[in-house]
Design a protein around this ligand. Structure first.
Ligand code: C5P
Length: 409
């Protein structure tokens, strides 16, 4: 069990239907149990074509239930006891077929019977080919399940096993675990009706149609902030440079490439922005001219000089706006962290600055973890090394406290 066990004592019945995404259930079960949950697995007959009950037994630590009419299984935890036992039924992957059977109220095998017989809340994680997902029958079925109070978690978008690209991928194990954690301990909506703009990721400064100057920012910190802020009730606009990350559909995501694009998009949000968090690693300079055609290597030319011009400072411009929002900057430093951060706080006219030492190997750029020291004009808060989502939560709590104080002055 992990040190923090947000799911300690929670009983989760994982229902696996027959889809290729069933392989994700190994990781899902492992993570749920690591978080302290007691996981019992029920598989449909077709699920066993994709993953074996033995594998699921090994990761969950319990025999897998799969047969409504098995006298041995019924003499242990019978289907009615299993139905009563669960705190949450998680159906992942929920195929188009399982979703249709749930809607119709079938009790044709153990899993569908349990869903009918259980008073527990049910979460459905759809996984199927995009055309099947977009088919009106499936859409109607999902809408009916949602109306009945079932939680619909996903699907995600991206490449599918069949080669198509689109909606229908089962959410990743870590995303489902986050949803389960939120389900049991929902975030307090401290930012209800608050509009938050967050910049994230790197910017790309084009040299020609195929080349650019950029940096190693992964965008993970900004995306974690966006996700947690949204769960805390905020209306979130996420302005992001090119990154390999997805975000929840109810986050207003604006994809940009250059610092100038990010600057324009940021200023456009200011009519409805209460808090502005600049997490992006914006390029300080951009090429003065962008070549119309690909720049050719010239024989005999050993050195090339690029002329760069300074990019606008996005957060400084936001902070100097007439009706300015509460402004939070980041300072990624490799030395003199506190001195540089405090200088930026003052020079850019910010309310808060979150400083991190990116020279440390286990935090900052591209890492899963981060540690921050947050400075206000006269206060300082330390957020110790943790997963970026946990850090995001703590930073947003500091922001909320400071923002509320400023607003009530
Ligand atoms: O790059 P620098 O250390 O100055 O970044 C400090 C803060 O300013 C960060 O929050 C960053 O997102 C923001 N910034 C910006 N526009 C720039 C440069 C930095 O908003 N052109």
């Amino acid at each position: 069990m992990s040190v923090s066990s947000p799911l300690a004592g929670k009983k989760i019945l994982l229902g696996i239907a027959g889809g290729i995404a069933a392989y994700k259930c190994v990781e899902l079960t492992r993570r749920l149990t690591e978080f302290g949950a007691d996981v019992r697995v029920v598989m449909t007959t077709s699920a066993k074509s994709f993953i074996t009950p033995l594998t699921m037994q090994a990761v969950s630590g319990h025999a897998v239930a799969d047969d409504l009419l098995d006298p041995n299984a019924q003499s242990g935890m019978g289907h009615i006891e299993l139905a009563k036992w669960a705190d949450l039924i998680l159906l992942a992957p929920a195929t188009a077929n399982l979703i249709a059977r749930l809607r119709a109220g079938f009790a044709d095998e153990l899993l569908t019977t349990l869903c009918l017989a259980s008073p527990a809340p049910i979460a459905v994680s759809p996984a199927m080919n995009m055309e099947m997902y977009l088919a009106s029958a499936t859409q109607e079925n999902i809408a009916v399940l949602a109306q009945r109070g079932m939680h619909i978690w996903g699907p995600g978008e991206g490449p599918q096993a069949c080669g198509d690209i689109g909606p229908g991928r089962m959410l990743e194990a870590h995303q489902l675990v986050d949803l389960v954690v939120d389900f049991f301990a929902p975030q307090k909506a401290i930012f209800k009706n608050v509009n938050i703009t967050i910049t994230a990721g790197p910017t790309q400064e084009a040299l020609d149609p195929v080349r650019y100057i950029s940096n190693h920012s992964s965008g993970k910190m900004g995306f974690a902030l966006a996700e947690v802020a949204q769960k805390m009730g905020a209306n979130v606009t996420l302005i992001t440079g090119p990154v390999a990350l997805t975000c929840a559909a109810n986050i207003n995501r604006i994809d940009i490439k250059s610092a100038l694009d990010m600057h324009a998009a940021s200023l456009q949000t200011l009519d409805h922005c209460d808090i502005f968090i600049a997490c992006a690693a914006v390029a300080d300079y951009r090429p003065e001219v962008i070549a119309q055609e690909k720049m050719k290597k010239q024989s005999g030319v050993e050195n090339l000089t690029l002329h760069l011009v300074k990019n606008p400072d996005i957060i400084a411009d936001v902070a100097n706006h007439l009706d300015r929002p509460f402004c939070v900057g980041f300072a990624a430093e490799t030395e003199n962290v506190e001195a540089y951060a405090l200088d930026k706080l003052q020079r850019k006219n910010l309310d808060l600055i979150a400083a991190n030492d990116v020279a440390k190997a286990d935090q900052g750029f591209n890492s899963e973890k981060n540690a921050l020291t947050v400075f206000a004009a006269k206060q300082r808060f330390d957020i110790t090394l943790a997963d970026k989502k946990k850090v995001a939560q703590q930073l947003l709590e500091v922001i909320h406290q400071q923002y509320s104080t400023t607003n009530n002055d």
